[in-house]
Design a protein around this ligand. Structure first.
Ligand code: FAD
Length: 560
């Protein structure tokens, strides 16, 4: 993961495959293609997982909602989607157990009938997931669903409203999305892919037949220089931004992505006071909302609204805060209000617009009813292959389909190897790793648990860095388990280049606590600046730009 060396290779070598976009789709494709033996380049405009892939609800799921739709509409394609999601759920948990784990979700109901209806649906969900067929490690196995009495539910989740009738408990997976993406990138790098972040594709070069032969990339940091990356094939994995790349390759293509904004807000975890999550089965606009325990906080989301200005970051707005709090309030005992919000974030779903004329005829149709599956498109004129749509849970199967298409085009064959490929950090990880770290390094319990859950079997590297240099063994902030050594490690081993790369996507602090992220900024700027040779002026500019950004998030979430 040496960016300078990689940029040199990107500029001077020719690749079999150049992947554009370093989110779940691109990272999954890079690992798949590199393991099959292709010479792969991957370039990402900002940071790995900077867009949708760090802004998800973090569920690894088959989609209980799709199951309901499948039966209500007798739609077997939706049923197939659920089955694929459930098969992939097992592999996501199995291949990086430090970053993904089983999660119990409680669905509170207010009547016997509602409980009966939901528990039948969730039994069916259990059945489709084929519990008995689940091989792999113990961590990847999920318990069956259960209908709980009110007393049982309140015991598991003391923050629940006592007005509920009962609750149904079922299981899915929870992943740290941006770190999972980073583990895919690191695994691709170790399999031979040449990866670089903060490198934007701004154009293509074509041969006399109009076929793509090179991508022009601009370095977004330091020099701002542009250069060409030569490859036999180009794979567009830019998620919600796929259409601009498709049209850059061939202006005659018509749009396929219908971007949809979804936001989450972050509340203190003691509102539910449980390690389980809550599923609210129906909001006033007929959707599901989740309250998910994540990093000692509670994520509440999401929304689903059409989004058009892709140049602008999707930000949590005050009106969205009101909607989500109103939705949660009847399900919890405590009064909740805006003053309890710690952070929030928005993401853009790369929903795939069907070519079905019925859908294009109704441009205002609700985005939630659009097709959510993925598609691999090949433009016969430019040769660009685009991986469109999909969800985090199915990234591996999406990547496999896309890389199969690349192989078809190259007229060679090789089978997908990712099914049982353990990601970086999975080797050497056991649930009691943190205890071993405590014995070896003597750090506090919360620090050891944090290091084990973020770096898995590689946790000894940042731990040893801290142990070897006393000032790096300090916490970045007194009430959080993050060490200064992690800043240095993130620059040296994880290609972090900005304060936001570190606070948002390496340790997730921006996603759970804006005030804390502001307090951490000068410390991060100092240590990152040392590593990246920032001048005092550069440090000040980076610090002020990031703090201004956080202030704008806070201000927008409070607007009425
Ligand atoms: C609110 C919300 C909640 C969700 N919850 C879940 C969930 O719980 N479970 C689940 O399975 N899925 C969930 N999803 C879906 C899932 O997050 C996405 O399907 C997935 O992250 C998309 O990944 P991607 O790589 O295709 O896109 P992205 O993550 O957006 O990656 C595309 C990348 O391409 C880069 N890029 C763009 N243009 C260029 C360029 N010119 N040059 C180089 N790079 C470029 C971007 O910077 C970006 O990093 C959710 C999505 C949203 C929005």
């Amino acid at each position: 993961m040496n960016r300078a060396e990689n940029i040199d290779r990107l500029a001077n070598e020719t690749f079999d495959l150049c992947i554009i976009g370093g989110g779940a789709s691109g990272a999954g494709c890079a690992l798949d293609a590199a393991l099959r033996g292709l010479k792969v380049a991957l370039i990402e405009k900002t940071d790995f997982a900077a867009e949708t892939s760090s802004r998800s609800t973090k569920l690894v799921h088959g989609g209980v909602r799709y199951l309901e739709q499948a039966f209500k509409k007798l739609d077997f394609a939706q049923l197939r989607q659920v089955r694929h999601g459930l098969e992939e759920r097992r592999l996501v948990l199995q291949n990086a157990p430090h970053l993904a784990r089983p999660l119990g979700l409680l669905t509170p109901v207010f009547s016997w009938w509602e409980g009966f209806y939901i528990s039948i649906g969730l039994k069916l969900y259990d059945w489709i997931s084929g519990l008995r067929r689940q091989g792999g490690n113990e961590q990847a196995k999920l318990p069956s669903s259960r209908w709980l009495t009110r007393q049982e539910a309140l015991k598991i989740m003391p923050g629940l409203s006592p007005n509920i009738h009962s609750a149904v408990l079922y299981y899915d997976g929870l992943l740290d999305d941006s770190r999972y993406c980073l583990a895919l990138i690191q695994s691709a790098d170790e399999a031979g892919a040449v990866v670089a972040n903060h490198l934007e594709v701004v154009g293509f070069q074509k041969n006399a037949h109009g076929k793509l032969v090179a991508a022009t990339a601009t370095n977004q940091v330091q020099s701002g220089q542009s250069f060409e990356i030569k490859a036999k094939q180009f794979l567009n994995c830019t998620g919600p931004y796929a259409d601009p790349i498709r049209m850059m390759a061939n202006p005659r293509l018509s749009p396929r992505i219908r971007p949809s904004k979804g936001v989450h807000l972050v509340l203190p975890a003691d509102i539910l006071n449980s390690e389980k999550a809550m599923l609210i089965p129906k909001t006033r606009d007929g959707r599901m909302v989740f309250a998910i325990p994540f990093e000692d906080s509670l994520l509440l989301g999401t929304t689903d609204e059409p989004y058009s200005d892709l140049e602008k970051e999707p930000i949590l707005e005050g009106s969205e805060v009101d909607f989500l709090l109103e939705t949660l309030q009847p399900f919890v005992a405590r009064k909740i209000d805006k003053t309890q919000i710690r952070a929030g974030f928005g993401g853009i779903r790369p929903l795939l617009q069907s070519t079905n004329p019925q859908i294009t005829k109704f441009p205002n149709r609700q985005t939630r009813s659009l097709l959510r599956d993925h598609e691999v498109e090949r433009d016969p004129f430019s040769g660009l292959i685009s991986l469109l749509g999909g969800k985090w849970t199915t990234y591996r199967i999406m990547a496999s389909d896309a890389v199969d298409s690349v192989y078809d085009d190259l007229n060679i064959s090789a089978t997908c190897q990712t099914g049982n490929h353990r990601l970086v950090g999975a080797e050497g990880f056991t649930p009691d790793l943190w205890k071993k770290l405590r014995v070896e390094f003597g750090f506090d319990e919360d620090i050891c648990q944090h290091l084990a859950s973020k770096y898995g079997g590689r946790a000894r590297i940042p731990a040893a860095l801290a142990a070897g240099q006393p000032e790096l063994s300090d916490r970045i902030l007194p009430n959080f388990p993050f060490l200064k050594a992690e800043i240095v490690y993130a620059v040296r081993a994880e290609m972090a280049l900005s304060i936001r790369d570190f606070l948002a996507r390496r340790i997730r602090l921006e996603f759970i606590d804006w005030d804390a992220a502001k307090l951490a900024t000068p410390v991060v700027a100092k240590w990152m600046g040392n590593e990246l040779a920032w001048s005092a002026k550069e440090q000040a500019v980076q610090t002020s730009a990031y703090v201004t950004l956080l202030d704008s998030f806070m201000e927008r979430s409070k607007r009425t």
